[in-house]
Unconditional design. Structure first.
Lengths: 598, 448
């Protein structure tokens, strides 16, 4: 803005525009602000005024000042009042103007800050709003759902209610039906019983009539025909039916009844007596049980009333026993039962006390034990563990013994077991044998490989020897004393050296090529050696191995050959061929040894 | 165990005399009396018609033969074969005839239960007892033969008359509190009379000899009630079998229930032993030779034996038809062993099973399941031994020691329909449809 202000005086010629635009701008401060900022930027980039931006011109400085003052006052910055430096001049008093600008800047910053804050707030608010809205919509959905559910449930309830109503009505009708049926049944039953009675009466009447008729007819057939009358089974004569007889019958009946009752009473008495005896015995035993404990109880509790009760009890017991013995009247019985009851109570109390004591003692013991145990416990545990271990061992030993016993006893099983063992052994042996066989086969293969290689080598050697011999022969034959060939002989030692070194090279190459089983021809093609060297005779001989080498390796090599042969003998004789080529082999081996030595 | 040869009989009329010496059998209209030990015919009597009922007098001197169709009763004397007696009930008819306990009177019940006629063989005198009730067990004599209780129906009410058998003096006459009296039975000591109502109501009444009501017992209401009642030999217990498949035991002091024995279809009572009859057809193997065929019937007879079943055991139950009268359910037979130690029962909807209960421990001892329905069972009068038959050729015996089934080695398809012990318990009379056979127990074996 400052820049704007600074630019104003520079290009003020353009803007002679009125305040209307300004006033227009003031009407919407935000717009003005925007415009201002916009134009500030514009002014910066272009440094050219647009029409509206001409707020202050040289003509309207005082108006501008007053306007700005007004504005400032309205903003509450009345203290600073921009004044023209000199009335009528186009200068400003810089201090208040700067203050005002500063104030404005402050205000602006503050507002910006607050704006930012507000924006942030607003962002927050909007996000929360969004959240809330989402929530709201969700809840609305839920609400809708639940409303729907509710309506469904309502519907169901309504249906159920309807059903209940129908069922209730059904029940009512059923109940009515049942009631009706019951009534019917009752009426039928009464009717039936009534009818039955009527029928029965009728039948009774009919029977009566029938018997009457039968009696009236004086049925002749109704008769007894006995040859002669029999005597009574008891041998007595029959009696007249008299009142006396009837009375005697009554008497007899009562007699029999009485006897029966007497018998039953007797049995009951007996039972009673038995029970009483049992009761007495029980009481006696109770007393017996109670009495020896009394001193201890007394000692323990020192209860006077207890003592008294005990003595009382004993007295009463004696009393009742006497009473029950001589008379079984009600009083005695009552006494007896009372005493028994009391005693029983006593005994029960006693037992309870004993129980409690016992439990106390036990508790004490337990607590004691707890105190003691810490050290003894471990020992005990250790001991027990040892015991368990011993027992286990013992059991094991016993089991073993048992098994042994079993096996020794049971020959069949023993045989079977033996069989099993031998079988197993056999199996194992077979396995071993198989392994052994395999090893042997491997070995054999190796040996054949070896012998084959040896044979090949021998053959190669032989070919080589032949080659050399032919070559030497050629050389020898070519050794004619021609002058032009003397030059060649000057380098004699060299050639001899080369010759000597040749087998080395060859051997090494053969050595390399041996496992490859390279063809002899490719290998042994001797160099044409255009520069035919003429070796000395000794050298020749040496190369031909006619003269022993000064280095005495032959012995050892020979020994080795022997050794190998013995090894060969020890092993299974494989091929006679290889045997036959032993000589070649020996040559080869010698050469080899020599090589190895050199 | 030995079996006699087979004799003919008709109507299953075959009885051993009370003294155990004679065996009377009826064959059509003939009465044959044999010596039990030798089985030789001692006497042969010829009646006027086919005999429908036969009975020994208590002194084993006379035999009564009733011909219900003709309304005739003929009495024969064993001592005097010439002596004869014929009682004609005439046009009034006859449905039942029995000896009085003294063996000198015959009680005939006429048709329609119009009356009971008492004929004296001593004096030829005849007396009538009117209004006897037509029920299953309307007459009972006390064990000592002194008194007779008779159920009567007058004026649509039940009465019981107690007569002195000596001179037919009416000792007591009292009304019973029953709707429809079905039966009565004296206790073995003759002092208590048990009276029970018809099956429509569960009601058992106990009367003293002098007509006092001692007690009334009713286990439940609104259901079919009592089916069978039996006194224990000591008069100590009264066993009541009912349609609810239970037996209730009343005591003789308070006449209250001591216990009840249920007859469940699944037995898992570990104290009980379940014996199941297992039938085995004889294996017709390669030795089916001419010999076996000629041996005949035994080849085709099924072998069977009892096997002890591991618990729990499911017993076959036949559901009764609810629309039919007298449904086949409930305890129809009850029998105490002679020493009163055991009680044998039969539940009608488990007809193939007999149950044995211990009366001392009051629990189930044994369950005998058979391949067919139990027809009849009876206790040995001397030993705790139960004999059963199921209408096939086998005799089944139970004792506390075990259970055995015996093939009756009679030819011609002898099927045991009923059996009765000789009073000594040494032999059994097995009754087939038309035949009879005696089975002798081995006493030595028992001693072992």
């Amino acid at each position: 803005m400052g820049e704007w202000w600074t630019t104003v005086p520079i290009e003020s010629s353009l803007g002679n525009f009125d305040i209307s635009s300004i006033s227009h701008a003031t009407m919407s401060p935000s717009k003005q602000n925007n415009l201002l900022s916009m134009y500030s930027s514009l002014s910066l980039s272009k440094s050219s005024y647009s029409v509206i931006s001409a707020f202050c011109t040289e003509d309207n400085i005082p108006q501008c000042i007053s306007y700005i003052n007004q504005e400032l006052a309205s903003l509450g910055l009345s203290s600073t009042c921009i004044e023209a430096s000199s009335p009528g001049a186009a200068g400003l008093n810089p201090v208040p103007a700067l203050n005002a600008t500063y104030e404005l800047l402050q205000i602006h910053r503050r507002t910006m800050c607050s704006l930012e804050e507000l924006e942030r707030e607003q962002l927050k608010k909007s996000s929360t709003l969004e959240h809330v809205q989402m929530n709201n919509s969700r809840l609305k959905d839920q609400l809708e759902l639940s409303i729907r559910e509710k309506s469904g449930l309502h519907e169901m309830e309504r249906q159920l209610q309807l059903k209940i109503k129908t069922l209730q009505s059904c029940l009512k009708t059923e109940k009515d039906e049942v009631q009706k049926l019951q009534n019917i049944i009752a009426s039928r039953a009464s009717q039936y019983s009534h009818d039955a009675k009527r029928k029965e009466r009728e039948t009774a009447k009919l029977k009566e009539r029938l018997s009457q008729l039968l009696v009236d007819r004086k049925d002749k057939k109704l008769a007894i025909d006995v040859l002669n009358c029999l005597g009574r089974s008891d041998g007595k004569r029959s009696h007249w039916k008299t009142a006396k007889a009837a009375a005697s019958h009554e008497g007899e009946m009562y007699k029999s009844l009485l006897s029966d009752y007497e018998a039953s009473q007797r049995s009951l008495m007996l039972e009673n007596a038995e029970l009483k005896k049992v009761l007495q015995q029980m009481k006696k035993e109770m007393i017996h049980v109670l009495s020896p404990r009394q001193p201890s109880i007394r000692g323990a509790t020192a209860d006077d009333s207890q003592e008294q009760a005990d003595s009382d009890l004993e007295d009463r017991a004696g009393d009742s026993s006497r009473g029950s013995l001589d008379k079984s009247c009600e009083h005695a019985r009552e006494q007896l039962t009372n005493s028994i009851r009391q005693q029983w109570r006593k005994l029960r109390n006693h037992m309870e006390r004993l129980d409690s004591q016992a439990s106390q003692v036990q508790n004490q013991l337990e607590s004691n034990k707890d105190v003691i145990s810490r050290e003894t416990h471990e020992d005990e545990m250790e001991r027990m563990r040892r015991e368990v271990q011993q027992c286990k061992e013992f059991i094991d030993a016993q089991q073993q013994l048992l098994q042994q016993l079993n096996t020794s006893f049971d020959d069949e099983t023993a045989a079977l077991l033996n069989d099993c063992y031998t079988l197993e052994e056999k199996e194992r042996l077979k396995e071993e044998w198989r392994l052994f066989e395999e090893q042997k086969r491997n070995f054999e293969r190796e040996r054949t490989n070896f012998t084959e290689a040896a044979i090949r080598l021998g053959r190669e050697k032989k070919a080589f020897e032949e080659d050399r011999a032919s070559w030497l022969k050629n050389q020898f034959l070519n050794m004619t004393p021609f002058t032009d060939r003397r030059r060649c002989s000057s380098s004699d030692g060299q050639s001899a050296l080369s010759i000597r070194s040749e087998p080395e090279m060859r051997m090494s190459s053969s050595k390399v090529q041996l496992p490859k089983s390279s063809t002899y021809t490719s290998f042994s093609t001797p160099k044409p050696a255009p520069s035919a060297t003429v070796p000395s005779t000794t050298e020749l001989y040496r190369t031909l191995r006619l003269i022993p080498d000064p280095s005495s390796t032959r012995h050892s090599s020979h020994g080795r050959w022997h050794e190998s042969s013995t090894i060969e003998d020890g092993e299974s004789q494989v091929k006679a061929k290889s045997r036959l080529r032993c000589g070649d082999l020996s040559i080869f081996s010698l050469g080899e040894d020599e090589n190895s030595l050199t | 165990m030995n079996f006699s040869e087979v004799f003919k009989q008709s109507n299953q009329l075959c009885k051993v005399s009370p003294d155990g010496k004679y065996l009377a059998t009826c064959v059509q209209y003939r009465l044959v009396v044999r010596d039990v030990s030798t089985l030789q015919i001692l006497q042969l009597y010829t009646c006027l018609d086919q005999i429908s009922h036969m009975d020994w007098s208590s002194d084993s001197l006379f035999i009564l033969c009733a011909m219900y169709k003709r309304g005739l009763v003929q009495v024969w004397s064993l001592e005097q074969p010439d002596w004869h007696c014929k009682i004609d009930e005439g046009s009034i008819g006859l449905v039942s005839s029995r000896w009085s306990p003294d063996g000198r009177h015959i009680l005939n019940t006429t048709e329609f239960h119009l009356r009971v006629t008492v004929w004296s063989l001593c004096t030829k005198a005849v007396s009538y007892i009117k209004y006897p009730k037509a029920c299953s067990k309307g007459i009972d004599f006390s064990r000592d033969g002194c008194y007779m209780a008779l159920a009567e129906r007058r004026d649509c009410k039940d009465y019981v008359s107690v007569f002195v058998c000596d001179d037919w003096h009416l000792l007591r006459h009292f009304e019973t509190e029953t709707q429809d009296l079905a039966g009565l039975e004296w206790s073995p000591n003759g002092c208590v009379l048990a009276v029970w109502d018809s099956c429509l109501e569960y009601k058992v009444l106990l009367y003293s000899l002098d007509g006092r009501l001692l007690s009334t017992y009713s286990a439940y209401e609104w259901s079919l009630g009592v089916k069978s009642v039996t006194w224990s030999p000591s008069s100590q217990f009264l066993a009541i079998g009912s349609y609810d498949e239970k037996v209730r035991i009343l005591n003789h002091i308070t006449w209250k229930k001591i216990t009840q024995f249920e007859h469940p279809s699944t037995i898992n009572n570990t104290k009980a032993v379940v014996y199941k009859e297992v039938e085995r057809r004889p294996v017709v193997s390669d030795d089916l030779s001419l010999h076996n065929i000629t041996v005949g019937t035994t080849l085709f007879n099924t072998q069977s034996k009892y096997e002890i079943c591991p618990l729990p055991v499911q017993i076959p139950v036949v559901k009764p038809d609810p629309d039919r009268a007298n449904p086949k359910i409930g305890i129809s037979s009850l029998a105490f062993s002679a020493d009163g130690r055991y009680l044998a029962t039969k539940n009608d909807n488990m007809a193939s099973v007999a149950w044995v209960w211990d009366m001392q421990k009051m629990n189930l001892v044994a369950v005998l399941e058979h391949t067919s329905a139990v027809k009849c069972f009876q206790w040995d009068p001397k030993h705790p031994r139960l004999a059963l038959c199921t209408g096939n050729a086998k005799l089944y015996l139970w004792s506390p020691a075990g259970c055995v089934s015996v093939q009756v080695p009679a030819e011609g398809g002898f099927q045991v329909q009923s059996l009765s012990w000789h009073c000594t318990g040494d032999s059994l009379i097995l009754l087939g449809k038309e035949q009879l056979c005696l089975c002798y127990m081995e006493t030595e074996q028992e001693d072992k």
